[in-house]
Design a protein around this ligand. Structure first.
Ligand code: PMP
Length: 420
């Protein structure tokens, strides 16, 4: 089998007929080398500083160690670098040591874990929560536990990969992204045939930064007797009058059956949560294998308790983020670039061609800007783009540097409505 490297994506190497795992890995190495030789392998880039609006990197062939404006971090409010958050992590390690040493059922459930579960459910005005060690597992493990072969997950096709993974024990029906007619059809058709049906949507979608029409989704879900799960990983801290995310914006915090999310973005650490009814949460605590048989989060995660408080104590970070979002989006639009339907801290610039997207990524780096080219399978082949996340701590000079780089690159590669 011969894959055309120029048109290929990582997906093409997942499973190749007639090649065993080692042969496939060897062939994939050839592809990575092909990308590297063209300066198009800007994944797993080694950053020598932490999350922030600027990062230090020493990229081979780019003139030694330099500072780049960074648009790759979902640390929307800059809390990974907030002194009070860092202090709380250090205090956690000082009091409890560096690791929890056991899974929650058999000794690894410490007082700060219990407090975190209470605090995150209280944050949403709800009664119960379970935490997982990643946001990915919060989705995948809870769905794996709740839905079986008699059941059905009804998914917006743009939901996160972790949701798809969670549906391996059950039946899946996907509906076109944000298409309410298609959702209604899926709900109606499965009404008599499946036992538990859970509609799963994101609040903010991670590639386009667009929003789910939650009020309509809940109305349909209720009408057809199903349950609703919303993963608002990118909405919390960014959207909502007091930063509770898109669900707050729709005034549905008490209504959504299952709220999931992550501690790795706005809350500046690592981990995930599921918020739902006390019975359902208790069921997960004793039945969800990835929670039951895996060690709990390290004491450094005490930082999350402080980060949750800061959403209310220092709302100015959310305001600063929005000033940046508005300024940056307007700048890109003035350049004639296609930023799609974003309404959040995620801003894509759609290039719609894989080699060109990779080249834009390379030229941005040359201009001192670090942003991610996103291609199939994360998005469809004709939907490749540069994806950027904004932070409250980006300054105007940072954003102007990025806009100037886009102005030069779009002229050079003829990208955007000015060149159509
Ligand atoms: N849900 C969504 C919508 C995400 O974008 C992500 C991470 N990119 C996750 C879940 C997983 O979260 P984590 O990285 O904290 O595991």
């Amino acid at each position: 089998m011969n894959i055309n490297f120029e048109k290929a994506s990582f997906k093409d190497f997942e499973n190749i007929e007639g090649m065993d795992a080692y042969q496939r890995a060897g062939y994939f190495s050839e592809y990575l080398e092909y990308l590297r030789s063209r300066g198009h392998l800007n994944y797993r880039m080694e950053s020598q500083s932490g999350c922030g609006p600027e990062v230090e990197m020493d990229i081979a062939g780019y003139g030694g160690k330099k500072s780049y404006v960074s648009l790759v971090s979902n640390d929307y409010l800059g809390f990974t670098q907030h002194e009070a958050v860092k202090k709380a992590a250090i205090e956690g390690i000082r009091r409890f040591g560096t690791g929890a040493g056991a899974s929650p059922a058999i000794g690894g459930h410490f007082s700060f874990h219990e407090k975190l579960e209470q605090k995150i459910s209280g944050f949403f005005g709800r009664e119960a929560a379970i935490t997982y060690t990643t946001g990915y597992t919060a989705n995948s493990a809870s769905l794996l536990c709740l839905l079986r072969k008699e059941d059905m997950a009804i998914l917006d096709m743009a939901v996160h990969a972790s949701v798809y993974e969670g549906c391996m024990n059950t039946n899946v029906k996907m509906f076109l992204h944000n298409n309410m007619d298609a959702l209604e059809r899926a709900l109606r058709e499965s009404q008599a045939t499946h036992r538990t049906r859970i509609v799963v949507v994101d609040g903010v979608y991670s590639q386009d930064g667009d929003l789910a029409p939650l009020t309509k989704i809940l109305e349909l879900t209720r009408h057809f007797g199903a349950y609703l799960m919303v993963d608002d990983a990118h909405g919390v801290g960014v959207i909502g009058r007091t930063g509770r995310g898109l669900i707050q914006e729709h005034n549905l915090l008490k209504e959504v059956d299952i709220i999931t999310g992550t501690f790795s973005k706005t809350f500046g650490h690592v981990g995930g949560y599921v918020v739902a009814s006390p019975d359902l949460i208790q069921f997960l605590k004793y039945q969800s294998r990835q929670h039951l048989f895996s060690v709990t989060a390290s004491p450094a995660s005490m930082s999350i308790l402080k980060a949750i408080d800061l959403i209310d104590e220092e709302p100015e970070w959310q305001d600063m983020l929005w000033e940046n979002i508005i300024y940056f989006k307007n700048g890109l639009k003035e350049l004639g670039l296609d930023i799609g339907t974003t309404a959040s801290g995620i801003v894509p610039v759609k290039i719609r061609d894989i080699p060109k997207t990779l080249e834009v990524g390379r030229l941005l780096l040359k201009a001192g800007v670090y942003a991610n080219p996103i291609m199939y399978p994360a998005v469809s082949k004709k939907d490749s783009r540069i994806r950027m996340s904004l932070m409250a701590t980006h300054t105007r000079p940072h954003l102007d540097r990025v806009l100037n780089a886009f102005a030069d690159i779009s002229a050079k590669l003829k990208i955007g409505s000015r060149y159509e």
